[in-house]
Design a protein around this ligand. Structure first.
Ligand code: SF4
Length: 394
């Protein structure tokens, strides 16, 4: 079968030719069309319309892997609590994780905090202007550096996120995995060509906005797309073929059991929580006592394993008022893990409650009441466990 022009261009470019490059007329057309579309259709979001590099930085970090609708509320509360980089740098990690609680990918919050200290101590509290210098800061990668440099400092550099990858892969019909090797390099070269040197910040945001709202992964809105006249995937009707993101990593299933251990204190119910180690998933976050359950363990073995975990925290076997009661099961996804979580309720007997004092130091395990639970840094999975507990109460 005869190959199409775009397919010939595609294979040629990935072998190193310049067949995908934009010519001067295309660059001018695409920039003008995209910026005009963005001025009319761009969403009015709290981090837009500012040049404050700290505010842009925080928004970009929150938006990684997280939807705008979810970020809005977190961003607003974060800016109330840490309105400047200096205030973030002066906060405790516990406070920072508490503000991030439920947003997921907690390494982002830890890095943001560490980086704010780095900037406060080593850079006089000022984020540098160039993408190259920004990348020397903890947790700031190629994309975030490009976004801050272009939006806050009007530097003519690209900011390539997943949305931009998709738009460019379709515009130029780039085959292959755009996240690695030659296609990745090609895509970044094209992004660097395309960025508008006069309005790099708005242009980058326009490209991201197009990917988020029009050039969506499934059923892109080509009929309303301002750049469809330049889109090779649209021309050949092959939008669904681009981009090829490569194989997804396989998720390893892991069984977890989690106990909501409750005792009646003088002022009401109290919950046993402990802090996770700094390394690994949910590092430094608080959790209800949780243990991984090897598949070979039967129900009795699982119950014993859980008792061991709680005994280690309390320093004494837990005296239960009634047998542990199931609260529910749910699945929680990580990129590489599929967590099957079984939650259960342990109501401690009134007698001997005073003995149920965590053996570990209070920074690592303690009893907290309802209001403290609300502000503790906990993962979304632990928040789901808490919701299961609250649902059975009502
Ligand atoms: Fe995406 Fe369609 Fe626009 Fe091409 S024409 S960039 S596929 S929305």
């Amino acid at each position: 079968m005869e190959s199409t022009r775009d397919e010939r261009e595609g294979s040629g470019a990935q072998a190193g030719s310049r067949a995908h490059d934009f010519d001067a007329a295309e660059l001018a057309d695409i920039r003008a069309a995209l910026l005009a579309w963005y001025r009319v259709h761009g969403r009015d979001l709290p981090w837009r319309g500012t040049r404050d590099p700290y505010m842009i930085w925080v928004s970009e970090v929150m938006l990684q892997q997280t939807r705008v609708a979810t970020v809005l509320d977190y961003y607003r509360r974060w800016m109330e609590r840490f309105p400047t980089l200096d205030e973030l740098a002066a906060a405790s990690l516990d406070d920072v994780l508490g503000m991030w609680s439920g947003l997921g990918y907690y390494r982002r919050a830890r890095y943001l905090h560490e980086a704010s200290v780095q900037v406060a101590q080593q850079m006089d509290g000022q984020l540098p202007k160039s993408a190259k210098e920004l990348r020397k800061i903890k947790g700031i990668g190629e994309y975030t550096a490009g976004a801050i440099a272009s939006i806050a400092f009007a530097q003519p550099v690209a900011a390539v996120d997943g949305n931009v990858e998709r738009v460019l892969a379709r515009l130029r019909a780039i085959s292959g995995d755009v996240r690695s090797g030659a296609p990745r390099k090609l895509l970044r070269r094209l992004a660097a060509q395309l960025v508008d040197p006069d309005e790099p910040g708005d242009f980058n945001q326009a490209l991201m906005e197009l990917g988020a709202r029009v050039c969506t992964p499934r059923q892109p809105g080509c009929e309303v797309c301002p750049v469809r006249g330049h889109c090779r995937a649209y021309r050949t009707g092959r939008q669904a073929d681009y981009p090829n993101a490569g194989a997804r990593p396989e998720q390893r299933p892991v069984d977890l059991r989690c106990a909501v251990v409750v005792r009646q204190g003088a002022a009401g119910a109290q919950f046993l929580v402990r802090k996770r180690p700094a390394d690994g998933i949910w590092g430094n976050l608080w959790e209800f006592p949780t243990s991984e359950m090897p598949g070979a363990l039967g129900e009795a073995g699982r119950a014993q394993a859980m008792q061991r975990v709680v005994r280690e925290i309390l320093g004494t076997p837990a005296q239960l008022r009634e047998p542990a009661r199931a609260l529910g099961d749910f699945v929680h996804h990580f990129t590489h893990l599929l967590l099957n979580i079984h939650a259960e309720l342990w109501l401690l007997a009134d007698a001997g409650c005073d003995d149920h004092t965590p053996a570990a130091v209070p920074e690592q395990a303690r009893w907290v009441d309802d209001s403290e639970l609300e502000v503790l840094g906990m993962s979304a999975a632990m928040r789901k466990v808490l919701a299961l507990y609250q649902a059975q109460k009502s």
